[in-house]
Design a protein around this ligand. Structure first.
Ligand code: PGA
Length: 247
């Protein structure tokens, strides 16, 4: 089994002063070691500063999104190469907030994952159903469709992670039951294995959506859960550290 990945997604939160949280996380992990891989994905404005400050530490730095192109006339966008140049080694693509706020389709997310591979970044490719879709009994269909549309076939040759984040569990304090998480993760694993063979069998499948110190251990012990993508509880080093320690 590859090591689990615990990734923090700061979303649109964090100013230069908050790098101190990342430093204290890194210092705690350097002192006691970690049994999993750990990453923080701050807003783009902090990537270079955080990567510099965490250089040589056990905490990797990631972006929260990238453009699919290499460079060009795309005002406000950031390429995967720019993220790598700033010190990132991972990038989240297809987060449901990007899919909803910026109309990102599976095809767009797939192109972003390809850009990540091109730049040598490990993409964390996000999928997840809405509450209406779950109530209609369509959760598995929706998620499997997103995996098929968003994970490029080149993934056979690259490191990547998948993140299952039910939209209704993000930032709400609600979480699926462990059986529901296991059911979706099993369907994702089967789809990845079908499409990508051994690479699909090995990729970590993270759970995301209201992961906190109180529920991390049981979620992380669930079948086919290979880590977590953590929003709100990643902003404070003390909370995030408890989740890392729950692996
Ligand atoms: P949350 O966010 O942990 O605050 O629910 C998770 C995410 O959106 O990645």
């Amino acid at each position: 089994m590859p090591k689990a990945l615990i990734a923090g997604n700061w979303k649109m939160n964090g100013l230069a002063a908050d790098i101190a949280e990342a430093r204290s996380l890194a210092e705690a992990l350097a002192a006691n070691g970690a049994s999993c891989r750990v990453a923080l994905c701050p807003p783009a404005t902090l990537i270079a500063k955080m990567a510099w400050s965490l250089k040589g530490s056990p905490v990797a730095v990631g972006g929260q999104d990238c453009h699919s192109g290499l460079s060009g006339a795309h005002t406000g966008d950031i390429s995967a190469e720019m993220l790598a140049d700033a010190g990132a080694s991972l990038v989240i693509v297809g987060h449901s907030e990007r899919r909803a706020d910026h109309g990102e389709s599976d095809a767009v997310v797939c192109a972003k994952a390809q850009a990540a591979f091109r730049a040598g970044l490990e993409p964390i490719i996000c999928v997840g159903e809405t509450l209406d879709q779950r109530k209609a009994g369509r959760a598995l269909d929706v998620v499997v469709g997103q995996v098929e549309g968003s994970v490029p076939l080149e993934a056979v040759d690259h490191g990547f992670a998948l993140a299952y984040e039910p939209v209704w569990a993000i930032g709400t304090g609600l979480t699926p039951t462990l059986a529901e998480i296991a059911e979706v993760h099993a369907a994702i694993r089967a789809t990845l294995r079908d499409r990508l063979g051994a690479a699909g069998a090995a990729a970590p499948i993270l759970y995301g959506g209201s992961v906190k110190p109180a529920n991390a251990a049981e979620i992380l012990a669930t079948a086919e859960v290979g880590g977590a993508l953590v929003g709100g509880a990643s902003l404070k080093a003390a909370d995030f550290l408890q989740i890392v320690r729950a692996v």
